[in-house]
Design a protein around this ligand. Structure first.
Ligand code: NAP
Length: 303
């Protein structure tokens, strides 16, 4: 099947292009970006021009930041093509609800991806937690924004979500593996004086789960989830890639695909089955943090 990629920036070049080049399901047929291109692939600067020039492109994968993504997503669905969205799937929940309705009406697939759910330990963590009761837990997601989002001012603008952009990855794992849903009970957001979105945040969730997000981490990066249950302690480290139970590694995860190849394999399966997958539960937690959270003004931030 032929697919087009929109928003040729960091994640498109780091992950999507290599995953598509290795994919048995997809051929990268075109790109859309104002500046970015991919060697050997026809490039366009406007999505409508690409859709008109490539009627054989069945699916379009959007790697744009969340705010400009909605208009592009609507154009894809209006043209009757299948739609794949980078995380978070929109700037607002209602945008994604509109996209879900449009996809249903057009009879095409929509896939709101959460790449961290494809990390190596996640499926096994979900299986281990089934039937157990979570008593408390902690998500620690601390990374260096200058390393992972160099110069990306959009991330600190309204709709860019700030530290929730990576933090939502931890929440996407949590909402995937917990046997019962969580909700937000409180939050605190640290917003730099010269920015619109938080650079650090703390969230309190039901089931005694605390979330610590920080974009100012120097040295080693931390993407950990610890859950205490009535049947032992589960730890996911390295963004869901290392699973430990009661401090001991769980074996048998070697044959699982890497995150982005797994996303494109899933997209192919959805298209073949005429199905969609757009779970918004991680985004609901973030939206609720913006609704309920207390704001602290902190030091200005420059890249
Ligand atoms: P990025 O490098 O800034 O790339 C996004 C591209 O979108 C830009 O290069 C730009 O290409 C295009 N674009 C179109 N309209 C834009 C606008 N108004 N503002 C900024 N860029 C615009 O961002 P990214 O890191 O690839 O992130 C994109 C999405 O992927 C985000 O939702 C992010 O959460 C997700 N993601 C990122 C990472 C990561 O490590 N960086 C990891 C996983 C997921 P043109 O100028 O050529 O149009």
């Amino acid at each position: 099947m032929q697919i087009a990629l929109v928003g040729i920036g960091k994640i498109a070049l780091d992950q999507h292009v290599p995953a598509l080049r290795a994919s048995p399901d997809w051929t990268l047929a075109a790109t859309v970006s104002r500046h970015g291109t991919v060697d050997g692939v026809p490039s366009f600067t406007g999505i409508d021009d690409m859709l008109a020039a490539h009627p054989q492109v069945e699916a379009v994968s959007l790697c744009l930041p969340p705010v400009p993504r909605f208009a592009a997503a609507q154009a894809v669905l209006r043209a009757g093509r299948h739609l794949m969205l980078e995380k978070p799937p929109g700037a607002t929940l209602s945008e994604v609800h509109i996209l879900q309705r449009m996809a249903r009406d057009a009879g095409v697939s929509i896939f709101a991806t959460w790449h961290s759910r494809m990390a190596l330990g996640v499926a096994a963590a979900r299986v281990w937690l089934a039937g157990r009761s979570v008593q408390s837990g902690r998500i620690t997601w601390r990374e260096d924004v200058r390393k992972w989002h160099p110069g990306q001012d959009w991330i600190f603008e309204a709709g860019g979500m700030g530290v929730f952009d990576p933090g939502i990855n931890g929440l996407s794992i949590l909402t995937e593996i917990l046997p019962t849903p969580v909700h937000l009970t409180g939050a605190e957001l640290d917003v730099p004086a010269n920015r619109q979105a938080p650079i650090a945040a703390r969230m309190s969730l039901s089931q005694g789960i605390e979330v610590d997000l920080d974009f100012r981490q120097d040295g080693p990066q931390t993407w950990d989830i610890d859950l205490q249950t009535d049947g032992g302690t589960l730890t996911l480290r390295m963004g869901g890639n290392i699973l430990e139970v009661d401090g001991r590694p769980v074996e048998g995860q070697d044959d699982i695909m890497q995150e982005y190849p797994a996303l494109y394999a899933r997209m192919a399966g959805l298209v073949r089955d005429g199905a969609s997958d757009a779970d918004l539960s991680p985004m609901v937690l973030v939206a609720d943090a913006f609704t309920l959270g207390r704001r602290n003004v902190v030091e200005p931030f420059e890249f």
